[in-house]
Design a protein around this ligand. Structure first.
Ligand SMILES: *Cc1c(COP(=O)(O)O)cnc(C)c1O
Ligand code: SF4
Length: 326
């Protein structure tokens, strides 16, 4: 089994009691948080706990990671598989929706669990590790699918694999002649930056270009530890892309988005996508209407470099893929 790497895992808070003990929720909120935790995993790394301003009830970091009783309400339009990956899964762990590129999900665990996650029904600390045989079958699928030119590692978060395991997966994919580029989607550089050490960076030297798409939603995630992790990746010649989810109460103003995208480009991360929230269960309190998102992104035009403004996209229903909004 692809073991998760525990070398650098500091303390991670994983239940309501731990959040109370750390002063991240008041004792009165413990019961509701415990109810949320029975349905959706909780994980707050030491690093993320240190970013949270406990004196601010509207803290944009806390809002991304600390469970909220509102998650217990599922709106009528919300679904368990909002991106409709199911019909596009040729073998376990692979999602093939676009002809030339496909996802490989080696595990479904993450360093943190975002309260708005579109895969929240499947991600969790003990879910979704591919067995050796399943991983072999997934890689065999890439080998026999010559139209696929890019393999995209996602999950879960591939950067919590051990360097040895990650390096082995990347090397096997890079050895496939028709695979031209590799990509890793990760929250680790901002959620658990200490994992991005020399060994992990070396593991990404696969002999073919490896792009890393970093998921970050607020400028305050770019603290020195995170900036160091990004510098180690960029210094190794790894192109960095930024992925952001537009979230009510986190980044739903032109100022917050400008600050975020400027923080990205200062750290050599090119903003790539701003995602409209997918309709996962219990996430309605994060919803920003598309028209408002279009206006926010429009407000950035002329205000900052063009390459600093991502494309605002939404997943089409029934697995139609991403489409620019507006
Ligand atoms: C988002 C996504 C990709 C990557 O799409 P890009 O537009 O290249 O970033 C690939 N496959 C699936 C199934 C996706 O959902
Ligand atoms: S890191 Fe990504 S996959 Fe994991 S919980 Fe957050 S949004 Fe979901």
């Amino acid at each position: 089994m692809p073991e998760a790497d525990t070398r650098r895992q500091g303390r991670t808070l994983r239940d309501a009691r731990g959040l109370v003990a750390a002063g991240l929720i008041p004792p009165a909120a413990e019961a509701a948080a415990a109810r949320v935790a029975r349905r959706f995993a909780i994980a707050v790394t030491d690093h993320v706990a240190g970013l949270i301003d406990r004196a601010d009830p509207a803290d944009p970091i806390a809002r991304q990671y600390i469970p909220d009783a509102a998650e217990l309400t599922t709106a009528p339009h919300e679904t368990d598989d909002p991106t409709a990956d199911g019909p596009f899964t040729p073998v376990k762990g692979v999602v093939h929706r676009y002809p030339d590129r496909a996802l490989l999900k080696p595990l479904l665990a993450c360093p943190v669990y975002c309260r708005f996650c579109f895969r929240r029904e499947v991600v969790g600390p003990d879910g979704g590790l591919l067995t050796e045989a399943e991983l072999d079958a997934a890689i065999a699928w890439f080998e026999r699918t010559p139209q696929v030119r890019e393999a995209i590692l996602t999950g879960g978060d591939p950067l919590i694999l051990s360097p040895r395991r990650l390096g082995a997966i990347l090397a096997r994919l890079a050895a496939i002649p028709h695979i031209e580029t590799l990509r890793i989607h990760s929250r680790v550089p901002v959620a658990d930056p200490g994992r991005v050490d020399a060994a992990l960076v070396a593991a990404m030297d696969a002999g073919k270009p490896v792009f890393v798409a970093v998921h970050a939603n607020h400028a305050r995630e770019f603290v020195p530890e995170a900036r160091g992790a990004l510098a180690r990746l960029a210094g190794a010649g790894i192109p960095l892309l930024g992925q952001t989810v537009l979230l009510r109460g986190v980044n739903d103003s032109a100022e917050a988005l400008e600050d975020l995208f400027r923080a990205m480009i200062r750290n050599r991360v090119t903003p790539y996508y701003l995602h409209a929230l997918d309709a996962a269960p219990g996430t309605a309190h994060f919803h920003v209407p598309d028209a408002e998102g279009v206006a926010l992104v429009g407000a950035l035009r002329g205000r900052m470099p063009g390459f600093g403004i991502p494309t605002f996209v939404r997943e089409r229903p029934q697995g139609g893929g991403k489409r620019p909004v507006g």
